[in-house]
Write a protein that binds this ligand. Structure first.
Ligand code: AHR
Length: 618
């Protein structure tokens, strides 16, 4: 029975409450949301990114002996490697997943930076299938002289293919130098050049998100304790927003925490533009110089800290400064003279060293608030939903009057069902909660349902929980580092998970305020799935279960009993003999997967298809 108090008005719910968290994990950016079709377009893939990489990953020589070099003839200081192609010669790029996806009748913009040691060199660009059959009429360009120059052209696909290849071939004699070999669909989201893949961007836009948290996650703070001048590998692991802006050929590619190379083709400008395009608030996360995500290191270099703090102030100017300010000029030059209107910014992500993190966070916050008092500076509570780090960080945040605290947790669906009341007891006067990352641990309908149930608890506490985003947002099905994920894709298609539909439902139906209600009734039965042949039972997370009913697949009840944490066995149930617990007694734990016990009983029950239902008591 649900009783609704129509006379009362509960907390207001912000239109921005539900948003998305985009991190370049599972190849969410290159080969994903970033529409570029060529993999490793600037030959910067490196063993430091991934042990399997070479500078020619993604490429195969077609003829001649193409060599990637790093010498004084480079395109620029931050795009150091380029290709030397002895002529005649050519090489082929295989794109991502099964290849380059082209659609009949659609246009694709090719571009390349090139120079030649000849007066002129003919360059032929072909989009083919793996056997070499043309998918479009070839593009013929002429490279002139020894100065790096950008050459462009457009091809129109004559045939649809999901296994396309890009062949770049030079004729004549001498050596051709190539860099930034790009094939970009003309058809991007909002037709932006250097833009987003339309189907993925549209799926995100269809959520109607209130905000976009970016760029991470673990990729943000990883390596941030290394200095700017640290040697190659360490330096490359640190994500710094200034590396990600300006013309794409000047953006230094970087090793990604998740084990691949990131081109920064989607950089801070593109994040802000995308957030604006989908009507969402941009919410960047900057590193706090204390690494989380298993690294747990803090820097004690005051100069490095000062530089990161200054970078953060510069970031705010890049987003909000007038078009004639130092960083506002850069934004204007990139195509957006008007400010982006940044209002929130998070410092740090899941730090496991509470005191070290908070000491640095405080310095960031002081500097930001001194110059930009209207910006909300968000702190966090570490990687877990509970525990010593969580408690310490909350204490520090509360004591310092922090405006908003980022919480993260990935738990079982049962946890989400059992913790609906989590925020009912939070201090109404304390810091607000930004639930920046959460998901129940699978991509099944039951997960989506448990998340929906949980979100009613978030919404009921909208005066405390101000922002919430499921995580991660995207996953390329062939490059998975983390699951579950909200939207899945490959090189040609994308599809939302059941959790996507939950998020879409909530984000498109945000109420104005909570209508207080109470519910009474009998506890519902919980499915306790049995897996394995001999009654290997994976239990839920309650301390005790009453009226446990075991039925055969056709619904026939076989036995019923009560069961509590610590019970060692069931005996003599329904005349079926002793059921000994051979895999350890049932102990209450947070995840159903940990509550595994093995019941060995009447051999006649071996391989029996069992269903277990119980009424959860606590
Ligand atoms: O969402 C995936 C990862 O989970 C994020 O990078 C990190 O913040 C968290 O541990």
């Amino acid at each position: 029975r649900v009783t609704v108090d129509t006379a009362a008005t509960g907390p207001a719910i912000s239109d921005d409450m539900y948003g998305v968290f985009f991190e370049d994990i599972n190849r969410a950016a290159d080969g994903g949301l970033y529409a570029e079709l060529v993999q490793n377009r600037s030959f910067e893939y490196d063993r430091a990114d991934n042990a399997s990489y070479t500078p020619l990953t993604g490429w195969a020589p077609r003829s001649g002996d193409p060599q990637v070099v790093d010498d004084a003839g480079r395109l620029n200081e931050r795009n150091r490697r380029y290709l030397k192609l002895p002529l005649p010669g050519g090489l082929i790029n295989a794109g991502y997943n099964s290849g380059i996806h082209v659609e009949k009748g659609k246009r694709y913009d090719f571009s390349v930076w090139a120079r030649t040691d000849q007066a002129t060199t003919p360059l032929t660009v072909s989009v083919t299938d793996p056997a070499g059959a043309a998918l479009a009429d070839p593009l013929r360009l002429t490279v002139r002289g020894a100065t790096w120059t950008r050459y462009t052209g457009t091809v129109t696909a004559k045939t649809t293919s999901i296994t396309g290849r890009l062949l770049v071939a030079g004729g004549g004699a001498g050596t051709l130098a190539l860099d930034m070999v790009s094939l970009f669909p003309r058809d991007t989201y909002k037709n932006r050049p250097n833009g987003m893949r339309r189907d993925l961007a549209e799926k995100i836009a269809a959520l109607n998100p209130g905000f976009v948290r970016f760029p991470g996650g673990c990729i943000v703070n990883t390596g941030s304790h290394y200095g700017y001048d640290a040697p190659n590998y360490e330096r490359r692991r640190s994500y710094q927003w200034k590396d990600t802006i300006g013309p794409v050929e000047t953006r230094a590619t970087n090793a990604n925490f998740w084990g691949y190379n990131q081109s920064y083709g989607i950089g801070y400008y593109e994040y802000f533009q995308f957030a604006e395009d989908i009507g969402a608030m941009a919410l960047p996360v900057v590193p706090a110089l204390v690494t989380g995500c298993g690294q747990n290191q803090a820097t004690d270099d005051p100069a490095l800290l000062a530089r990161h703090i200054q970078d953060t102030l510069d970031l705010i100017e890049f987003a909000n400064g007038p078009a004639d300010s130092t960083w506002g000029t850069v934004r204007a030059r990139m195509g957006h003279p008007a400010p982006f209107g940044l209002t929130h910014l998070a410092v740090g992500n899941e730090e496991n060293l509470p005191d070290q993190f908070f000491a640095r966070f405080t310095q960031f916050r002081d500097a930001i608030e001194a110059k930009y008092p209207d910006i909300t500076v968000i702190s966090n509570s570490g990687p877990d939903d509970t525990g010593a780090t969580f408690d310490r960080l909350w204490q520090l945040n509360e004591d310092a009057g922090v405006a908003m605290v980022d919480e993260h947790y990935y738990n079982s669906p049962t946890w989400f069902l059992q913790n609906n009341e989590r925020y009912d007891s939070y201090d109404r006067q304390g810091p607000k909660v930004f639930l920046g990352e959460y998901a129940s641990q699978d991509n099944r309908f039951y997960n989506a349902l448990s998340e929906a149930a949980y979100m009613t608890g978030l919404e009921r506490n909208a005066d405390v929980v101000r922002l919430a985003s499921y995580a991660p947002l995207l996953s390329n099905e062939d490059y998975v580092q983390w699951r579950p994920d909200m939207i899945w894709f490959n090189n040609r298609a994308s599809w939302g998970s059941a959790s996507y539909e939950t998020q879409r439902l909530f984000m498109n139906n945000v109420g104005d305020h909570v209508v207080p209600s109470t519910a009474t009734g009998t506890p519902s039965q919980e499915d306790l799935p049995i897996t394995g042949a001999v009654g290997l039972s994976t239990w839920g997370t309650a301390a005790s279960y009453d009226d446990v009913r075991v039925t055969s697949a056709d619904g026939t009840q076989l036995f019923a009993d009560d069961f509590s944490a610590g019970d060692a066995n069931w005996t003599n149930i329904a005349g079926r003999g002793t059921w000994a617990v051979t895999g350890g007694a049932y102990t209450q734990s947070d995840t159903a997967a940990e509550n595994t016990m093995v019941m060995a009983g009447d051999p006649a029950w071996q391989n029996y298809d069992l269903n277990v239902k119980a009424t959860k008591q606590s």
